[in-house]
Design a binder for this molecule. Structure first.
Ligand code: NGQ
Ligand code: ZN
Length: 455
């Protein structure tokens, strides 16, 4: 049994002094408040649950910072997507493993302990399925194992390029499946993650653009209790196209035609009118917000204040992975509201609780639900997945415990993440992933191959 001791730890009942935890079989065997450290215990200042990252396309990490130059024409989401498709076209299975391992190691260093990988690079570059339809999923599972992050794999179903079952484009050839092919892909994906502790499998219709209503109905029946993730209402053009096709806006259409409930995670849901906002909040589904990506791609600002006020639940995801930082997602979520409303502490629920605590608490619960597992918590029986913060970081100087999250999220950011444990294994120490050198060297090799490929 491994023992750890925290000067302060965030337990379900709040910040608690002098907490000793014992780990056995990857879980927390005991969590004792007010207990002294024992000989051999690792000692840390501040312990708390790590956050779930509910939406990632890991391969896109390889284009971070490389699409920040204006291109001719309307430089928008859709042109960025062309650029992204070029990368999607080039990535081979071993490249995916290396790129994803880097993205996942960075997620761990940033305080995320589980990732929801919304995975759609299924076919070989020529569009034919690999001999094992789970080939690319095997790479992602290997990346999860290389890094140690917990994985919820969300194999994506993709069939069309636009509303009304428009034929897919050449750039989408690696994504496309029939329903039968998708069944085989799910089996292959299940096999790929079978050796990973705590892995979860879900289903993911890509968007209302990419699937028909019939597909959607079939897909939700495939794994009856598993998470269902879908991109929705991210861009105003998508809202207009959906309205032209169906007479309804995307979130409204989904609420009317699918049984949207706690299984569902609606990624982005940026463009909702007041009625959609209230109805989605009442559905029990999670709104999967990716504020950094939504800013980077020029999507718009999610109506977070009315959504949360109506009891809506949110989680955060790093999506395109241009930056990987749990605190920055939460901070930017709040700042988008401040900038548009010209007020402060917009998403706080009351004056009793700091805004950071409110955001962190929402992302913990919403992210856990969306990824098909219990929200991370420091309680006996839960997976031993948690992080420690560096109390020596200047932003934490003199901080009382009820200000730790404010100082971390608004002032220090990811630099204050010190240690990270997933399923009882320590993966990050002093802010650095224990396999960082190897993971970065593998990543550089993959980038070299991709460059040679495109030359
Ligand atoms: C994706 N990403 O699937 O990677 C999408 C772009 C699309 C974001 N929406 C492609 N952030 O939506 O068609
Ligand atoms: Zn996405």
């Amino acid at each position: 049994m491994t023992g750890l001791w925290f000067r302060q730890a965030l337990l379900p009942e709040g910040w608690t002094a002098s907490v000793r935890v014992a780990i056995s079989g990857g879980r927390l065997a005991t969590v004792e408040p007010g207990a002294p450290p024992r000989a051999g215990d690792q000692r840390h200042a501040i312990g708390l649950p790590g956050l779930p990252n509910l939406h990632s396309h890991a391969f896109q990490r390889a284009m971070a910072g490389r699409a920040e130059r204006r291109v001719a024409g309307a430089d928008d989401f859709w042109l960025w997507r062309e650029r992204m498709y070029q990368l999607a076209q080039a990535v081979q299975p071993e490249d995916l493993r290396a790129i994803a391992a880097l993205a996942y190691a960075e997620m761990l260093q940033a305080g995320f302990v589980r990732v929801g990988e919304f995975h759609y690079l299924h076919n070989a570059p020529d569009g034919r399925p690999y001999a094992d339809p789970g080939e690319m999923a095997i790479s992602l599972a290997a990346a999860a194992a290389d890094s140690g992050i917990a994985l919820t794999l969300l194999p994506v179903f993709y069939a069309h390029s636009g509303f009304g079952a428009a034929a897919p484009t050449d750039g989408q050839a690696r994504f496309v499946n029939s329903l039968d092919g998708y069944g085989r892909l799910l089996e292959g994906s299940g096999r790929a993650i079978s050796g990973l502790e705590g892995a979860v499998l879900g289903v993911a219709p890509h968007s209302l653009r990419a699937v028909t209503p019939e597909h959607l109905a079939e897909l939700t029946r495939l794994l009856p209790a598993a998470p269902v993730h879908i991109h929705v209402a991210e861009q105003t053009r998508e809202v207009e196209d959906c309205f032209a096709w169906s007479g309804r806006r995307p979130v409204d259409w989904l609420l009317a035609h699918a049984q949207i409930d706690r299984r569902w995670c609606l990624v982005h849901a940026t463009h909702m009118d007041a009625a959609e906002t209230l109805a989605l909040a009442a559905s029990g589904a999670i709104a999967g917000l990716c504020p950094i990506t939504e800013a980077n791609l020029g999507d718009g600002i999610f109506p977070a204040e009315p959504f949360l006020a109506a009891g809506g639940q949110i989680g955060v995801g790093s999506d395109a992975n241009v930056r990987i930082d749990a605190t920055e997602e939460l901070r930017l979520l709040e700042y988008g509201q401040r900038l548009t409303q010209r007020r402060r502490n917009v998403l706080a629920e009351s004056a009793d609780e700091p805004t950071a605590d409110r955001l962190y608490r929402a992302a913990l619960a919403g992210g856990g639900q969306a990824l098909g597992c219990d929200p991370p918590a420091l309680r006996p029986g839960a997976p031993a997945s948690f992080i420690s913060l560096d109390a020596e970081h200047p932003a934490l100087a003199d901080a009382p415990p009820d200000e730790y999250l404010s100082r971390w999220i608004f002032a220090a950011g990811r630099a204050a993440v010190d240690g990270v444990w997933v399923g009882g294994r320590q993966l990050v120490a002093e802010g650095r992933h224990l396999r960082w050198t190897q993971i970065v060297s593998d990543y550089r090799a993959a980038i070299g191959r991709l460059r040679a490929d495109s030359a």
